[in-house]
Ligand binder design. Sequence first.
Ligand SMILES: Cc1cc2nc3c(=O)[nH]c(=O)nc-3n(C[C@H](O)[C@H](O)[C@H](O)COP(=O)(O)OP(=O)(O)OC[C@H]3O[C@@H](n4cnc5c(N)ncnc54)[C@H](O)[C@@H]3O)c2cc1C
Length: 298
Amino acid sequence: MNALLILHRHNHNEWARLLAATAKLNQGFDVIVCGLDADRLPIQPLHGEVLLLPVAAEAGPEVLSELLLPYCQKRSHIVAGTDHWGRDLMPRLAAQLDLPMISEVTAIAGPQQWSRPSWAGAIEQSIVGDGSSVLFTVRPQGFSPVSGDIAKDYQRLSVAELTPLVERTIEPSQSMRPQLTEAKTVIAVGRGACTEQLWPLVEALADKLEAAIGGTRPVIDSGWLPSELQVGQTGQLIAPERYIGLGISGATQHMAGIKQAKTVIAVNQDADAPLMQLADYALTGELDKVLPELLASI
Ligand SMILES: Cc1cc2nc3c(=O)[nH]c(=O)nc-3n(C[C@H](O)[C@H](O)[C@H](O)COP(=O)(O)OP(=O)(O)OC[C@H]3O[C@@H](n4cnc5c(N)ncnc54)[C@H](O)[C@@H]3O)c2cc1C
């Protein structure tokens, strides 16, 4: 067993950069690849073990952390990427292991020296560890990719034996909606659109327009949408043909994610909301009146 453990979600194309980042630690590592097609990922484990955990990427962090916990014991470093998967999983693991965690590492100077951005990237924070075990997520964009061979020896973990919890989550999501970052039309929902009454109308509009649905951070924080559908500075950057913002004020952190949108349409009861000011088409009105009219007109 190696002291360094990399946790990786299959299908996440940042593997080669994650490998480059952890190479700075200059030690062999074990890797656990999570995903139903985990064995198709090119992996060069140096002298370590590769364990494949055939669980759908959609398996929630609660389930995954429980599955992974036994493999995280007695490690000096546990590393994952800074995507939504890593962001959700690693703090839970850190809490369960009672170990410190560092997020969004952009440089590694040694086994106990990390850099990360702080204050929305305005300053770089240097962290020096005290020698204890640590979990961290890396921003792979900061590291040049390293190529790796297909691992010859790997062990496929049997999730069924690990816990019956997985049975609930093993099926990938059946959503027919386009991917948020690839959709031609994105409907973004803000706090003003998230009520029991409005939500079916939002979904009906998305169905009619074959649109992806994304949301602002408060919408994600309050559980209306999963975290990978957050749009903005700390979420996804999107570039659709049409962005339709419903009940969104237009905070700078949200606007940072829609700069590349070609046409911006906004609906808000407040004509002075920043998004309304910036939109190509701004509809002033209450969503419970505007949405039925919109649906009827399409
Ligand atoms: C470090 C940091 C990072 C952040 N990152 C992000 C990020 O990545 N993405 C992000 O989105 N936010 C992010 N935020 C949060 C951001 O600052 C805003 O708080 C958030 O975007 C506001 O979301 P909102 O527009 O849904 O809510 P609000 O600002 O509350 O706006 C709700 C709007 O809905 C309208 N409304 C209410 N009811 C109705 C109705 N019935 N009909 C029509 N309109 C209605 C209101 O007039 C209002 O304009 C971040 C914040 C920080 C500090």
